[in-house]
Design a protein around this ligand. Structure first.
Ligand SMILES: Nc1ncnc2c1ncn2[C@@H]1O[C@H](COP(=O)(O)OP(=O)(O)OP(=O)(O)O)[C@@H](O)[C@H]1O
Ligand SMILES: [Mg+2]
Length: 1030
């Protein structure tokens, strides 16, 4: 248990009293009141004593103290009970209701407002705008309803003159999503007359005191309260309510709730019309009544948006249908006054009901789908007029006190009777506790045929003139034997009762003398049809809407409307049924004195209230009884997680056994009793501990469930992923296969195609096969090349390779590569080229072969060269696979210079028609020559030279790269030793070659046209060369 009050403040729960007696009860109540502790528990009932002073116990910090706490954790408070009702609603999805009862001025309305404020404060933590809107509407509706439904009475400056039951609807999360207000029997007679010291409804005073000059002028009103007959009685009364300020508050609230400006205007017009109606005076001219102040009629007509003559006619005549004829029957002055007052009362009542309907339109739960949002639960708050005993008690007090009888009966049913009956039913040892059952009084009022209401209705239904005295006579004859009914006629010695006027009912709360005057009229609640039609024909749509039945024509026969008392009785029965279907929580309000003093505790007044509210019986039943009961099944369902014997499922013979085991496990066996179908828990403390244990276990269960669920989710995800992967795998395989099949199909018989499948379009490969496709295409291209090469004779192959190499190197760089002709290569040895000299060259070549051990001749050709004296000299170059020789053809091809091929680093040629070639060497002693062909003359051999050399180097490079295969091809070990070096070298130069080629691509073209072999030519600049560097 958390913070509790110390005993200096008395006992926080009357159940804890040492002896259950009235003196002790009163002493505790008084002590607590004097110590500023206005709330005390009787179990789950809160007894509240009106402090008549503002208390600092409703703030945010107090709300936080009660939020989510168990009832007995905190000192008694309205918030504790509000939280209990809220928790029951949220935890168990139970509809609950809080019934606030007590006599007028005991603090019911204040309590209901605090309860609503508490519920608003603890809900909607996520601040959802819609929920905030609903809460705001619910709170704001209070002040509007109070303005129109409350009045200053002798007992209470803000007395509710109507009954209010408000349902607050919650969604599955426990946030308010709407509400509904039921209003009961407005004391409309107050509109036209008030007891001395009392006022009419606040709304009239608020309008006159708070309305601006402009508003009042438009309504033809003046500020002075005493100018209006209907309210002048209480005009001078001081009220604790600031009417002027309230006017603005109410107007703002109406705006917030959603009243349209024209609706608010109509409300003011109706109030003004009523005030003006009260000032209407009738005079008699002979037998004919006339309206003395006709101006007022036109004002009323203007305010009600009708025609003056129609208002006048409705006030002075009554349309009567006799058969098919319709005649206008003139009123007597009395009838005219009665009609005026009835009209004033009726339009005020309509206005009030319309305001409630408008509020309901706004706060009603909209678009709630239980399948989506879960169960919609309700907390009802009932704030209904308290028991009333006035000096002059009329029909209204009769209804109000009947209502209190019904509520007391409900309390007895739920708290006292049902409880005791249940103990007996369940076989729990029980000593019956006596209490006064007021069912007999309820029956006295509402019983069919025999009850007061039935007798009153009978009297009203009699044709001919029925008087209140006749009704009293009927009561006397029919209820003469009833113990709770008496009148002067039945008890002649009772001087308090007036003959032919009074009757007394012995209510559970005390004796009340009612005066029958006005009972018949008020019960009939006659309003001439003419007024209804008048209002229906108003050009103000708001007014017209309030009077739908004005549509009926005078000749239409309608069912006799239910009387006011029967309507009230039916609404009470429905209310009690509604409350009985919910889990009730009670606030019993006590008024400490009649002087509205915060200090005075009037023992007698309080004792009387405690008595008639049955609080002592309540304590007795509570003490003897049990705080909580539940069927074994539901109890287990809620608490089974507490014990290992019952979690997750028990294996005992019955739920009862299991509950016993659970209770023993928690060592609560001394605080419970086992009924036939239910377990009874005596103290709330035990229940609270059970709840705590459950809450602790819930965390573990939730964690466990989360664990299992997460595992399940992970497994499901894993399975899905696995399945997806399998699908992907199969699909990929299928795509690969489909691709292969497609390739196979397209290239089927490719060997027999003329172009060996060159024209065949490759299918688009799946992504995964892109590299494979590249490789496949490379294989295919190589195969196709091999097929093409196959057709070339082996002797031509070196030439073809050289041509390919030349093309690769020079294509697009140089116009004539000499590709069209056969490349002889060794031109010095071929006769047509050098018919005179070839004979001398061949032996030299052979000698070099012997000496330098070359294998192949790559190229030989006559060249011309310009020596350092700018003299042209004929020379020849002889390129073998080992050396480049410069020879002198004029001296039998004497070798002038030998450059080993590995010393060659590059070859530069131009892109013109010239035959210039520059052999670059490692030692930078470049050999610059111009190829020269004799037969045919000017044959271009540059392409051939480049081709054979590039091809030679390329093949050597490739051979070395291919390694072991070349071995077999018979490469000398010596050469092989050089392979790594060559490999490095070629890879380096090869790259370089490309770069240099690119480098020279751009400046290559502005070449001076070269005519080779001319002695006067300038030495060549290497900048315009094409370089082949390897
Ligand atoms: N908790 C409270 N704190 C301070 N003042 C209170 C409290 N409860 C009631 N009062 C005072 O008592 C007055 C009457 O209370 P309230 O209007 O709630 O009575 P009621 O039971 O609703 O009466 P009725 O049946 O006439 O409507 C309030 O206007 C207020 O001044
Ligand atoms: Mg009230």
């Amino acid at each position: 248990m958390a913070e509790q009050e110390s005993l200096e403040f008395g006992k926080a729960d009357f159940v804890l009293m040492d002896t259950v007696s009235m003196p002790e009860f009163m002493a505790n109540l008084k002590l607590r009141f004097e110590k500023g502790r206005i709330y005390t528990f009787i179990g789950e009932v809160v007894v509240s004593v009106n402090p008549y002073k503002s208390m600092n116990i409703y703030g945010r910090d107090t709300i936080e103290q009660y939020k989510g706490r168990e009832l007995y954790e905190r000192p008694p408070h309205l918030f504790a009970i509000a939280d209990a009702a809220y928790k029951a609603m949220k935890r168990r999805s139970k509809d609950t209701c809080i019934v606030i009862s007590g006599e007028s001025g005991a603090g019911k309305t204040e309590a209901s407002k605090y309860i609503m404020q508490y519920i608003a404060a603890i809900t909607n933590p996520s601040q959802r705008a819609e929920v905030e809107r609903v809460k705001n509407m619910l709170l704001k509706s209070n002040c509007v309803l109070e303005a129109f439904g409350n009045a200053k009475t002798n007992r209470n400056d803000n007395s509710s003159r109507f009954g209010k039951y408000m349902d607050i609807n919650f969604d599955f999360k426990g946030d308010p999503i709407g509400g509904h207000i039921n209003n009961y029997l407005l004391e409309k007679s107050r509109v036209i007359v008030q007891q001395p010291g009392e006022r009419s409804f606040h709304s009239f005073y608020q309008l006159l005191q708070g309305g601006s000059e402009q508003i009042l002028r438009s309504l033809h009103l003046q500020k002075s309260l005493s100018s209006y007959n209907y309210i002048h009685v209480g005009a001078q009364l001081k009220s604790s309510i600031n009417d002027a300020a309230e006017f603005k508050v109410v107007a703002d609230a109406m705006k917030v709730i959603g009243f349209k400006p024209e609706e608010i205007q109509t409300v003011y017009k109706i109030l003004a019309a009523i005030l003006h109606l009260g000032n209407l005076k009738f005079v008699v001219d002979g037998d004919t009544p006339l309206i003395e102040n006709g101006k007022v009629v036109s004002v009323v007509a203007e305010l009600l948006s009708t025609k003056t003559d129609m208002v006048e006619k409705a006030l002075l005549y009554r349309t009567v249908a006799t058969g098919r004829d319709v005649i206008d029957k003139q009123h007597t002055e009395q009838e005219a006054s009665y009609g005026r007052d009835a009209f004033a009362k009726a339009i005020y009542e309509r206005l009030f009901c319309w305001i409630v309907t408008r509020i309901n339109d706004v706060i009603e739960v909209k678009n709630y789908d239980t399948t989506i949002h879960g169960k919609n639960t309700v907390i009802g708050v009932l704030d209904i007029y308290g028991f009333e005993i006035f000096d002059n008690n009329s029909f209204e007090q009769f209804c109000i006190n009947y209502c209190n009888e019904k509520l007391q009966q409900l309390f007895i049913q739920l708290v006292l009777k049902q409880e005791q009956e249940e103990y007996q039913r369940e076989g729990i040892p029980w000593k019956h506790i006596d209490y006064f059952n007021n069912q007999i009084i309820v029956d006295l009022v509402e019983q069919q045929h025999k009850g007061i209401i039935a007798i009153l209705d009978d009297a009203c239904m009699n044709v001919g003139r029925v008087t209140d005295e006749m009704f009293l006579e009927a009561l006397n004859s029919k209820l003469c034997k009833h113990g709770h009914f008496s009148s002067r006629k039945l008890c002649a010695s009772d001087k308090i009762l007036e003959f032919d006027r009074d009757f007394r009912i012995r209510h559970y709360a005390g004796d009340v003398v009612y005066s029958v005057i006005g009972f018949i009229d008020k019960n009939k609640d006659t309003l001439f049809q003419d007024f209804k039609r008048l209002m229906y024909n108003s050009s103000n749509p708001v007014l017209k809407n309030m009077w739908p039945e004005g549509k009926l024509s005078i000749t239409e026969v309608t069912k006799r409307p239910l009387t006011a008392a029967t309507l009230f009785k039916n609404s009470m029965i429905a209310l009690v049924d509604n409350l009985a279907s919910k889990e009730p929580y009670y606030v019993r309000c006590i008024k400490p004195n009649d002087k509205k003093s915060p200090q005075l505790f009037d023992d007698e007044r309080c004792r009387h209230q405690v008595e008639y509210l049955g609080l002592l019986e309540n304590v007795r039943v509570r003490r003897a009884g049990f705080a909580y009961r539940q069927t074994y099944e539901k109890f287990l369902h809620r608490y089974k997680m507490i014990s290992e014997f019952t979690w997750p499922n028990h294996e005992l013979r019955s739920d009862k056994e299991a509950v016993k085991k659970l209770i023993e496990h928690c060592e609560f066996q001394d605080d419970v009793a086992y009924g036939k179908t239910k377990i009874f828990v005596r103290t709330p403390r035990t229940l609270f501990t059970l709840e705590e244990l459950r809450a602790q276990m819930l965390i573990r269960i939730v964690l466990f469930l989360q664990k299992v669920w997460r595992g399940t989710l992970a497994r499901m995800r894993y399975k899905r992923t696995k399945a997806a992967l399998a699908i992907i795998r199969y699909y990929r395989r299928y795509k690969v296969k489909a691709y292969i099949h497609e390739v196979a199909r397209r290239f089927h018989g490719v060997k027999s195609m003329r172009d060996y499948g060159r024209h065949v379009k490759w299918p688009a490969p799946p992504k995964v096969l892109r590299r494979f496709e590249e490789a496949l295409q490379a294989i295919f291209n190589r195969w196709r090349a091999s097929q093409l090469i196959k057709s070339i004779p082996a002797t031509d192959l070196p030439q073809v390779r050289a041509k390919v190499a030349a093309m690769e190197m020079l294509k697009g760089q140089r116009a004539d590569l000499g590709l069209q002709r056969a490349w002889e290569g060794n031109y010095l040895a071929s006769k047509p080229d050098t018919p005179q000299t070839s004979g001398t060259f061949v032996p030299v070549a052979n000698e070099l072969k012997r000496k330098d051990k070359y294998m192949n001749v790559l190229f030989s050709c006559h060249v011309r060269k310009v020596n350092r004296f700018s003299k042209v000299e004929d020379r020849a170059i002889f390129v073998t696979d080992r050396h480049l020789y410069k020879m002198n053809p004029t001296k039998q091809y004497k070798v002038m210079k030998t450059i080993p091929l590995y010393n060659l680093t590059g070859l530069s040629v131009s892109n013109g028609k010239d035959q210039l070639a520059v052999f670059h060497t490692k030692d930078n002693k470049d050999l610059i020559v111009c190829l020269f062909s004799k037969q045919p003359t000017h044959e271009s051999r540059i392409g051939e030279l480049v081709g054979v050399l590039v091809n030679h180097f390329k093949r050597r490079y490739r051979r070395s790269y291919l390694g072991p295969h070349i071995w077999k091809a018979g490469i000398q070990p010596l050469e092989l030793n050089l392979l790594p070096i060559l490999l490095f070298f070629f890879s380096y130069t090869y790259k370089f070659l490309n770069v240099t080629l690119k480098k020279y691509k751009v400046p290559m073209y502005p070449l001076p046209p070269l005519t080779p072999l001319l002695p006067h030519q300038q030495p060549l600049s290497s900048s315009w060369d094409i370089n082949c560097i390897w």
